[in-house]
Design a protein around this ligand. Structure first.
Ligand SMILES: [Zn+2]
Ligand SMILES: [Zn+2]
Length: 238
């Protein structure tokens, strides 16, 4: 992989020490993809075919709906339905005719139902935006590992960063491009994991103690935003 293409956005995201850098990058990718699918790509026959075939998950359908191109979305939805309708109709007819045959062959009924269900239920699982975001996440995680080995200025950044737990797991998973520095990189990520979990645990305890009237005047010690911060830490902020 040519890591050089991704180094600049990765360095910039890691320099922002207040949020998880992988969440920052993931949000940027998602915004760009939503814009792409609601933009001129609607008129691109290849993209339309891909959208017709794969579709989007419920979350990205809602985000597309909240976008600012209603005409584009209407064209996209019309194209999806035009492709879907004959297939669903055919599969529904197949179930009906199996039922009419008074199914001595219940296997045939199940097979016909499964075909219809697959046509419907596979679409959210194949979400084009989710898939592209996963691919980008992997590339960014690999680039971070690569930079840890190659860029001395980058090396100190992971230790100063507020990762979320899912992305710490992702960085550990794709640590191989750190090459000769892989052991050091993994140890650095594990230190982050322990340090951040401990910090959020302390803040969580402090937040609960503040509900006790005897502690009203005691300082927050940085725990006033514990709820949203721990929510982001546990599940990511994207
Ligand atoms: Zn994250
Ligand atoms: Zn999705």
């Amino acid at each position: 992989m040519n890591y050089e293409i991704y180094t600049l956005p990765v360095i910039e995201a890691f320099q922002n020490k207040s949020s998880c850098p992988l969440c920052i990058l993931k949000n940027k990718t998602e915004t760009a993809l939503l814009k792409y699918y609601l933009g001129d790509s609607i008129m691109n026959p290849e993209t339309r075919m891909e959208v017709n075939r794969c579709g989007f998950c419920p979350e990205h359908n809602k985000k597309l709906l909240a976008g600012d191109n209603k005409n584009g979305l209407a064209i996209m939805q019309n194209s999806i339905l035009l492709e879907l309708f004959p297939r669903l109709k055919k599969q529904a007819e197949e179930i009906k005719s199996t039922l009419k045959r008074k199914s001595l062959f219940s296997k045939n009924l199940q097979k016909a139902k499964t075909s219809l269900m697959t046509s419907i239920l596979s679409r959210p699982q194949n979400c084009l935006i989710c898939r592209a975001m996963r691919e980008d996440e992997k590339r960014y995680a690999e680039t971070a590992a690569y930079l840890f080995n190659k860029n001395p200025d980058f090396k100190k950044l992971p230790g100063e960063t507020g990762f979320c737990l899912p992305h710490l797991a992702g960085l550990l998973d794709f640590s191989a491009p750190a090459g000769s520095a892989e052991t050091e990189y993994i140890l650095c990520l594990l230190d982050c994991l322990i340090k951040l979990t401990e910090k959020h645990l302390e803040n969580s305890g402090c937040f609960i103690r503040k509900f006790d009237y005897r502690n009203t005047d005691k300082p927050w010690n940085g725990a006033q935003n514990a709820l949203p911060e721990i929510t982001d830490f546990l599940g990511g902020n994207y």
